[in-house]
Write a protein that binds this ligand. Structure first.
Ligand code: FAD
Length: 467
């Protein structure tokens, strides 16, 4: 029987970032990671061919190994911004991370192994290649690194029916299925649908050959506001605009008006009401490209695709057997309800600081290694569920600001945060005296207190309204 200190279920970015940091913090610790997939890297193994990170590589991955070279791209759609790894680069990177962890002799990674739950003699794991059942004795804790498991087009089951004669492919198959002269209907509101539209436009498909079925309109961030290191002032600027808008907002609608007015958020169609918010970012070039697509269907979610019509929750629209429908409706980030991160015998990895999944997993490992009891650990890592709609913005930001204050008050945690390559603000001290950065810091400090209070009120008002 295998025996280990920690059994980590899931060897995606979260499981690997946790294992990497815990192995660093505790020199004698032993970990076993199990994953159903054939290799480490999680959803990236099934990502569509033209996927890239949407955040810079500079603060993605695990703490001990840089991803990319922290280069600012000189040309292309990402010109002027920090490089973003392709899907293949992310997969290679996680394979290298796994190999380094294994070489320590303290970490085992069992791929094609599914965790089934607690058995009589330990945690039960099935070897998917042989069907054999194994028990794993866990001396300290089970780490659930799959609680926020991503749902991606290649592996999700679409929630709509497809009738005979209709032509539907998951976005992964778009490059292989695309033919000159074809018309396309892209299904979905999120970043994957955006990527599919941009891929079509970049590959010479005329905008009038693209129809976009968008159940919800989406608020996007400007990619400028997520640039680290030498451009970290832009992140600070973005956060300070959040705090200023929140402090002054009369209500939820006014909040988003202010965020749009300040350039912090953008909609593809400023005349359409946007209700979706998932901390997704786009470059100005992407926004301009997407605005060329006029044929937008806003009739709710797709229920059924037939040879000559698409049936949606609020109506229907024509289609034809010649149209290639591209399924981009997988949910992506999972909206799991918050649960304590530190539980008896168990750690459930979740988002703590917004937009920093790898950072959060590594931070949780630092807190686990911290000599304190679970209630204190949970104060340093309160769960902060992924947002889905505009209604989630107040709690998401308020929780992030509050927990950052707690980290600052703990010398060990604040030291780790300051030094970690996964911390998107790590370049801030080097630029804090630059006049625009200084102004952004001052704007943030002026507004963050009132903003936190205001967001609490807005959140409470919403809860009462919806209760
Ligand atoms: C297309 C896309 C692009 C993204 N881009 C970015 C980005 O640029 N920057 C960023 O910060 N975030 C990004 N994200 C967010 C992303 O979710 C995280 O970056 C991260 O990759 C998620 O890793 P994870 O380990 O939490 O989940 P996953 O990658 O989903 O890994 C969970 C793993 O758990 C395994 N598992 C589940 N159940 C079991 C079981 N019972 N037994 C064994 N194994 C099990 C699964 O097989 C899976 O491999 C992106 C997400 C998507 C979908």
């Amino acid at each position: 029987m295998i025996s280990t200190d920690y059994l980590v279920v899931g060897s995606g970015a979260s499981g690997l970032a946790f294992a990497d940091t815990l192995a660093e913090e505790e020199p004698d610790v032993e970990l076993v990671l199990v994953d159903r997939r054939h290799g480490p890297g999680g959803h990236w193994l099934d990502a569509y061919p033209f996927v890239r990170l949407h955040t810079p590589s500079a603060y993605y991955g695990v703490d001990s190994l840089p991803l990319g070279e922290d280069r600012i791209d000189g040309s292309g759609e990402n010109a002027g911004f920090y490089e973003r790894a392709t899907g293949a680069e992310v997969r290679d990177y996680f394979a290298e991370v796994a190999s380094r962890l294994t070489q320590t002799g303290r970490v085992r990674i069992l791929t094609e192994h599914e965790h089934l739950g607690r058995g009589e003699h330990g945690e039960q794991v099935r070897d998917l290649s042989t069907g054999a059942l194994h028990q794993i004795e866990v001396r300290r804790k089970l780490v659930d690194a799959r609680y926020l498991e991503a749902s991606v087009p290649a592996t999700h089951r679409p929630s709509f029916d497809v009738a005979a004669g209709a032509h539907v492919v998951p976005v992964n198959e778009l490059p292989a299925a695309a033919r000159s002269g074809t018309s396309y209907t892209v299904l979905g509101s999120g970043k994957t649908a955006v990527d599919a539209c941009i891929w079509l436009l970049d590959n010479g498909v005329a905008p009038d050959r693209i129809q976009w079925v968008r159940p919800r309109d989406h608020w996007f961030h400007h990619r400028r506001h997520f640039q680290p290191l030498d451009l970290v002032g832009e992140i600070m600027e973005g956060i300070s605009l959040d705090a200023e808008a929140a402090a002054e907002a009369a209500d939820g609608e006014d909040l988003f008006d202010r965020l749009e007015e300040s350039g912090r958020l953008v909609r593809i169609d400023p005349s359409a009401r946007a209700t979706m918010y998932r901390v997704t970012m786009l470059s100005p070039r992407e926004i301009d490209a997407l605005r060329q697509i006029d044929d937008v269907v806003r009739l709710g979610r797709v229920q059924r695709i037939e040879a000559d019509r698409i049936v949606l929750s609020h109506g229907e629209t024509d289609t034809s057997p010649d149209v290639l429908h591209v399924d981009c409706t997988a949910r992506g980030l999972r909206n799991a309800p918050a649960t304590p991160v530190f539980q008896p015998g168990k750690i459930v990895l979740q988002q703590v600081r917004q937009n920093s999944p790898a950072f959060n997993a590594a931070l949780t490992a630092v807190v686990e290694a911290h000599p304190s009891e679970d209630p204190d650990k949970n104060r340093l890592c309160p769960p902060n569920p992924y947002p889905s709609s505009v209604d989630d913005w107040p709690a998401l930001n308020r929780r992030t600001w509050q927990v950052e204050q707690r980290w600052l008050r703990d010398p060990d945690i604040s030291r780790w945060v300051a030094e970690s390559r996964l911390n998107l603000l790590r370049g801030l001290p080097d630029h804090a005296a630059d006049p625009p950065v200084k102004a952004a810091i001052e704007r943030f400090l002026t507004h963050v207190g009132p903003a936190t209070e205001r967001l609490r009120e807005l959140d409470e008002r919403r809860s009462v309204g919806s209760g």
